[in-house]
Ligand binder design. Structure first.
Ligand SMILES: *Cc1c(COP(=O)(O)O)cnc(C)c1O
Length: 403
């Protein structure tokens, strides 16, 4: 039996589980010992089409044998086509391609600052939310509302003002004449699958219109079909000015996107921003295959339907269980919040053959592929709920000072 040891050649930035996978097939992953696991995490919302998707694999293989990279010094037809597809899906007008979520967000932050600069605002401020996650580069890290992630990395850039999430009055109170943008996730992911009030995004849109601020949404986790629409903000029927994407866009091939429209369109002009790899033929081609497959296979509807089924069955099994605080989500972005820390559930689920995640300490996070079948959803819920029940009740039984 192979014993998995952590390599000392890697910087120990991750607390890894003692398992390694050698192969994937749809919602299933096989470890190096031949055991299969049902994947309800999708590489953290990345493999939305599941693992080893035949269309994406064929697109990558063909493109790899044809042309992987040229440069943004030249026309990149696959990148142009991908930009046009994303504009058509979002109603936005322009896209800048990067290689990750953090980089997409850096582009958005720079765009907002330049937007302010063009309006004569010398030290522009971007309003961001408590509990937010936007990535690990310095700008994105500063926008992130997690002190632990920021500790030790100062001095952080200025120009960010933090307010509570899902609270429009707090934004009104925090705004100044230097405010240029509001930048939030339409559903907070790392922060614990926090779904804002239904009127939050429409109210933000209204407020930004009133004051000439950009409404910028980080859809790195919620975008590309996860919530049952292409983008989570489409549930609120609004058009933001800037939307960032990454994770699921090319099903695992690194790519990020910063999309802009309205007053944000045309802000980043020649020479104002750039990247070597962003939107190269390989990643663009993979992303085009992802969009085609989601459309052809009706995966937005699938995500909505199977998500509803899972939420319903989870609520049925866990509502009223002591220690279960709330079950919430949209489409296949689902969180089960307990009354206390429950990180140990990840290892217990692994032993039971399912891959889940716990975020924000006490929120069990489910992000299965959009291709999840009803049977897979039921298997997940049936395996997971007894584990959650046991942990939640143990939390409820703890003396208050330990909870
Ligand atoms: C994952 C994530 C990021 C960061 O993406 P990276 O590709 O890891 O840089 C940013 N925003 C949100 C909402 C995310 O979920």
């Amino acid at each position: 039996m192979e014993v998995i040891t952590m390599s000392t050649a890697l910087m120990p930035t991750y607390k890894r589980l003692p398992v390694a996978f050698r192969r994937g097939d749809g919602a299933w992953l096989e470890d190096t010992e031949g055991r299969w696991y049902l994947d309800a995490l999708s590489g953290i919302a990345v493999c939305g089409l599941g693992h080893a998707h035949p269309d994406v694999a064929a697109a990558i293989a063909d493109q790899a044998q044809t042309l992987v990279h040229t440069s943004n010094l030249y026309e990149v037809p696959h990148q142009s086509r991908l930009g046009e597809r994303l504009c058509a899906l979002s109603g936005l007008e322009q896209v800048f391609f990067a290689n990750s979520g953090a980089e997409a967000n850096e582009a958005a932050i720079k765009l907002a600052r330049l937007y302010g600069y063009h309006r004569g605002i010398e030290a522009p401020e971007i309003i961001v939310a408590e509990n937010a996650f936007h990535g690990r580069t310095l700008g994105a890290l500063t926008a992130t509302g997690n002190q632990r992630a920021q500790t030790g990395f100062g001095p952080l850039p200025e120009g960010f003002v933090r307010v509570p999430y899902s609270d429009v009055d707090a934004i009104r109170a925090a705004a100044t004449e230097r405010t240029v943008a509001v930048f939030v996730e339409p559903i907070q992911g790392e922060g614990g699958i926090v779904v804002p009030d239904d009127d939050y995004l429409p109210a933000l849109r209204h407020l930004c219109d009133q004051h000439g601020w950009l409404l910028m949404l980080d859809e790195v986790q919620s975008g590309v079909g996860r919530t049952g629409h292409w983008f989570a903000h489409q549930h609120a029927d609004i058009r933001p000015d800037v939307v960032t994407l990454a994770k699921a866009l090319a099903n695992g091939v690194p790519i990020g996107a910063c999309m802009a429209g309205g007053p944000a369109g045309g802000v980043l002009g020649p020479g104002s921003h750039g990247t070597t790899f962003g939107g190269n033929p390989l990643s663009s081609r993979a992303a085009l295959a992802v969009i085609d497959a989601i459309e052809r296979d009706g995966l937005l509807a699938r995500a909505a339907t199977v998500g509803e089924r899972m939420l319903g069955r989870l609520r049925q099994a866990l509502s009223g269980v002591r220690g279960v605080h709330e079950i919430r989500g949209r489409g296949l972005m689902i969180g089960i919040e307990l009354d206390g820390a429950c990180g140990q559930l990840v290892g217990q689920a692994l032993e039971a053959g399912i891959l889940i995640n716990v975020t924000a300490g006490r929120v069990i996070r489910l992000l299965p592929p959009l291709t999840f079948t009803d049977e897979q959803a039921d298997q997940l819920v049936d395996t997971l709920t007894p584990l959650i029940e046991k942990t939640a009740e143990a939390i409820a039984d703890e003396p208050a000072e330990l909870a």
